[in-house]
Design a protein around this ligand. Structure first.
Ligand code: TMP
Length: 213
């Protein structure tokens, strides 16, 4: 689907794993190397999907059932893929997304209790076999991640107000996905200094795509 070797890369992980910083850093390196880069996020990334984001992230835990959350996430994702991600890849741009479908598998599936087969069936219905070429699983102990979230002093979204066990479950679920899909996923130690995290990410990009950054 993509032209001239452009890749679709997702960044996944628990709260406070530093995804935004690393996306910015990789985006700059790719642009510096002459590539067009589109940065997006999920849920969100289009004006309509950003409205869905406000609806699904706002309020208190329990506002939506896990199935309702999953449907909202896939509604937003469908539009984002159709109107932003696929067109970008088709014209040769790299796409860096802050979260993608693994988030639904982890948050609504593993942690939320929607059976994996149902999450996979919905993915197939909405997106067929479309998935990122590379997924960085930004791994950090939940305590350290939540410390970073609280230090930002922003209003917490409903996923940042859960019990400690929820964050343990999501971390383990990401590591399970990475183990099951080692060709697509790369686990990154996100507890390191951000320059070292960036170095590890660039190394994976170079090894897996052959480009020099
Ligand atoms: P973030 O942009 O700070 O990562 O917040 C997004 C939140 O939404 C995060 O807590 C994970 C959650 N989420 C899901 O539960 N399912 C999904 O499919 C996606 C994309 C995000």
């Amino acid at each position: 689907m993509s032209q001239s070797g452009a890749k679709f890369i997702s960044f996944e992980g628990g709260e406070g794993a530093g995804k935004t910083t690393q996306i910015k850093c990789l985006g700059e390196a790719l642009r510096h190397a002459g590539h067009e880069v589109v940065v997006t996020r999920e849920p969100g990334g289009t004006p309509d999907a950003e409205i869905v984001r406000d609806i699904v992230l706002g309020g208190e835990p329990g506002r939506w059932s896990a199935i309702e959350e999953m449907l909202l996430m896939y509604t937003a994702r469908s539009q984002l893929v159709r109107t932003v991600i696929k067109p970008a890849l088709e014209r040769g741009a790299w796409v860096l997304s802050d979260r993608f479908a693994d988030s639904t598998m982890v948050y609504q599936g593993f942690a939320g209790g929607v059976p994996m087969a149902e999450v996979r069936a919905l993915h197939k219905l909405v997106l067929g076999n479309f998935n990122p070429d590379i997924t960085f699983v930004m791994d950090i102990a939940p305590d350290s991640g939540m410390e970073r979230v609280h230090s930002r002093a922003e209003v917490l979204n409903q996923f940042e107000k859960r019990e400690a066990q929820f964050y343990e479950d999501t971390r383990n679920a990401y590591l399970d996905i990475a183990k099951a899909e080692p060709t697509r996923c790369a686990v990154i130690n996100a507890a390191q200094k951000s320059q070292l995290v960036a170095r590890d990410i660039m190394q994976v990009i170079q090894e897996r795509t052959g480009i020099t950054l």
